[in-house]
Design a protein around this ligand. Sequence first.
Ligand code: AMP
Ligand code: GLY
Length: 424
Amino acid sequence: MNILVIGQGGREHALVWKLRQSPRTNDIFCAPGNAGTGLEARNVNIAETDSAELVRLARKNRIELAIVGPEVPLCEGVADALRAADVAVFGPTKEAAELEGSKVFCKQLLQKAKVPTASFHVFEDYDQAISHILANQGPCVVKADGLAAGKGAIVCKNEQEAMAAATRILIDQEFGRAGDRIIIEERLAGPEVSVLALTDGTTIVPLPACQDHKAIFDNDEGPNTGGMGAYCPAPVLQEQQAQMVESDILVPVAHAMRQAKRRFQGVLYAGLMLTPGGPKVLEFNVRFGDPECQPLLMRLKSDLVDVLMATAMGKLAEIELEWDPRPAVCVVMASGGYPGSYKKGVPIRGLEEVAAMPDVKVFHAGTKVEGDRIVTSGGRVLGVTALGNDLASAQARAYEAVQMIQFDGAQYRRDIASKAIGSV
Ligand code: AMP
Ligand code: GLY
């Protein structure tokens, strides 16, 4: 069948790579894609939010399955437009995507469904937010309501920082309309873990837990990014807790979404903190995590076309997922200066050498082809992903590959997966 993947990050390259392995796959189109997807699919120069052009492309090329990778097109209704054109779509409707698109909607749904999460208050009015902060001194987290590319949560040590955060979002409008409302919530403590689950709205299939590394520098220092690396499975989530996550978080959320007439189909991604009082939800995303998707798909043995099609068609109960028992580690190589401003168009060397390494795959993110070279074109450039017999060997292999790739200004964390290996 012909398949359309929408997006241009490492997640979309991983999806294309895995879909390509299915005997059911004929052509894969990627809109707009990157240099990596261009090697394994046909890149088409259509913006990921351009519903009308995506529908036209789908009709013209008899697309039978479309996968919407990122949150922005999901929140803008791209999945709805394709579904209305009779394409099977993996990804939630615009209404269901509000679970990520509005943190206020998400928190209110969690509260109603009695799902463990930090206590919170919602403010539109700046003066009321400041009065609340002054009356409840101490650490808290201030969050913009809408989408902010993973940068809309400001963790505050004290009331000064909280007031500054409220000013940045409500007065300076640093996140535009996404900051028309804010949430001020209790600051939790503990290790973080991402639990992604496939759901067709009824059946829920949790995937092995992953751990992301959001901060730009080693030891989780510096500003947050989209994610600098991930590994899977994450042993920090023990079996008993994983069962609790399913029964006390994922099942009630899917149920609450059905009750709210926003039946959810696609990836339910729970960002969790493992507090002394048990796992609590920090946020929900409505798509595969990037970079979590990369180590997950490296380990998936099942046919991804079968899995995504069954989810899209409400037949997930018929699917049994098969995993490579070996762990996977993904190290993100980013442009110098990221998450601030950075140069583009920097040539990347060493990709051919790494392509010959077994159990290693370099997923492209911000890359493009310029003449006969591959150059950088974004903040996160590559996700160098490796399998190993244990986490330590997967980590060693990923870094061996990273060292073979060069581009001017390249930066990456040296400690991806170290927490789980116990060397930090
Ligand atoms: P979010 O976008 O809501 O996932 O937040 C981004 C990051 O901010 C999370 O990965 C956490 O590291 C941190 N964070 C968010 N909410 C809280 C909270 N209530 N307590 C402590 N840290 C938080
Ligand atoms: N890696 C975090 C995210 O995809 O939101």
